[in-house]
Design a protein around this ligand. Structure first.
Ligand code: ADP
Ligand code: 3PG
Ligand code: MG
Length: 397
């Protein structure tokens, strides 16, 4: 059932709109935002609300704060609010409270066309507990609820579930970002152009077992790269030197390989290093990895093979870097896959935190059909899980 969007709310004039966004952006050690994609992705919804005469009360989590004010300081929403103001081209008011008298006061006096950003939702213990009393305090701030936090749709935090629950009777809709993500993922991947290939890399097999299982039932081929390669290789009895490996997942890897009926393609060769860091000595090896060497990226033969597969694909979905791309010497595989997808004629879909960042860093994001703002949410949605958060949103009639 399609969900109502903010465009379906007939009258926004003078209305206060509580917008759950996902401003969980990557930060450097000094707390600076290193990628503002998720903030930019929320702009169409916020601009729409403001242009139609509404005002926006914006709420998000940022990071995984532990409840220690000193250590949690980088997770304050100040920088995200400032960045939002720059992007919107208007001042944005930010308060240091999630719920309470300041939030009530600021919401009550919020002027038409203005934006208020609340403090990090996870600074309040009620958020991750899904607490109803906490949710009601947020819900009473506004006339309308909008979920535009695609990246958080797989979570059941109060702002995703209990807040819209507390606002029954008021309009509860999705924003343009959530609508677009759902539409694209449903349409493009629901009936994919064949051949349909998956490209899967990243850190761990264990993060992605459900995703791999579900993809295997739909794709024609699943090309593997990244650190998870070595768990699969080890499971097949190959030597992996000192490469990363999840020794407790060898059975799972074996099971996936046997279920895959030959659909899983493992790298033909590897870029290995004598230390897992930039500046190390490197060499390319095919097959077994010698003792003491670390697999850091896919090798050139693998790049050629995967490039050919991508060229032929009707639809290609990619999650997970092919190597430790953050270090330049190990970035070739990831860069080559991104470039091949950018040139591909088929439908290209990219998702995952680091994968999306890599594609942006290479300046190739606009050449993909879709780069999802979801990490875990992207994986879970493609796995076929339904989001409880969306069940709270009004259905289109
Ligand atoms: P995503 O967030 O896109 O889903 P993951 O979180 O699964 O991706 O994995 C991304 C991380 O995996 C990157 O930070 C990358 O450095 C790391 N990685 C990939 N391949 C290797 C490797 N061979 N050795 C070490 N780290 C790797
Ligand atoms: C994400 O980045 O995947 C979302 O913002 C959810 O964050 P979480 O994994 O900390 O719940
Ligand atoms: Mg990640």
């Amino acid at each position: 059932m399609a969900k109502k969007t903010i465009a379906d709310v007939a009258d926004l004039m003078g209305k206060k709109v509580l917008v759950r966004v996902d401003f969980n952006v990557p930060l450097d050690d000094a707390g600076n935002i290193t990628n503002d994609r998720r903030i930019r992705a929320a702009l169409p919804t916020l601009r729409h609300i403001l242009d139609k005469g509404g005002s926006a009360i914006v709420m998000s989590h940022l990071g995984r704060p532990k409840g220690d004010p000193k250590k949690d300081a980088p997770f304050r929403m100040d920088r995200a609010a400032q960045r939002l103001g720059e992007l919107l081209g208007k001042p944005v008011q930010k308060i240091d409270e999630v719920v309470g008298p300041h939030a009530d006061g600021a919401a009550a006096t919020l002027q038409q066309g203005h934006v208020l950003v609340l403090e990090n939702l996870r600074f309040h213990p009620g958020e991750q507990k899904g607490d109803a009393a906490f949710a009601a305090q947020l819900g009473k701030l506004a006339d309308i609820y909008v979920n535009d936090a695609f990246g958080t749709c797989h979570r059941q935090d109060a702002s995703m579930l209990a807040v819209p629950e507390s606002m029954k009777g008021k309009p509860r809709v999705v924003g343009f970002l959530v609508a677009k993500e759902l539409d694209i993922l449903d349409n493009l991947l629901g009936s994919p152009q064949k051949p349909f290939i998956g490209i899967l890399g990243g850190a761990k097999v264990s993060d992605k077992i459900g995703f791999i299982t579900s993809l295997l039932s739909r794709v024609d081929r699943l090309l593997i790269g990244g650190a998870m390669t070595y768990t699969f290789m080890k499971a097949q009895g190959q030597a992996i030197g000192s490469s990363r490996c999840e020794h407790d997942k060898l059975d799972v890897a074996r099971e996936l390989l046997s279920r895959a009926e030959g659909k899983i393609v493992l790298p033909l060769d590897h870029l290995v290093a004598d230390k897992p860091e930039a500046g190390a000595q490197t060499q390319v090896v095919a097959g077994n990895i010698p003792d003491g060497w670390f697999g850091m990226d896919v090798g050139p033969k693998t790049i050629d093979l995967y490039r050919e597969e991508i060229k032929k694909a009707g639809t290609a979905v990619w999650n997970g870097p092919m190597g430790k791309f953050e270090d330049e010497p190990f970035s070739k595989g990831t860069r080559a896959i991104a470039a091949a997808l950018a040139e591909a004629k088929g439908v290209t879909i990219v998702g995952g935190g680091e994968t999306a960042e890599a594609v942006e860093e290479f300046g190739l994001d606009s050449r993909m059909r879709h780069v999802s703002t979801g990490g875990g949410a992207f994986l879970e949605y493609l796995e076929g899980k339904s989001f409880a958060a969306l069940a709270q949103i009004d259905d289109k009639l």
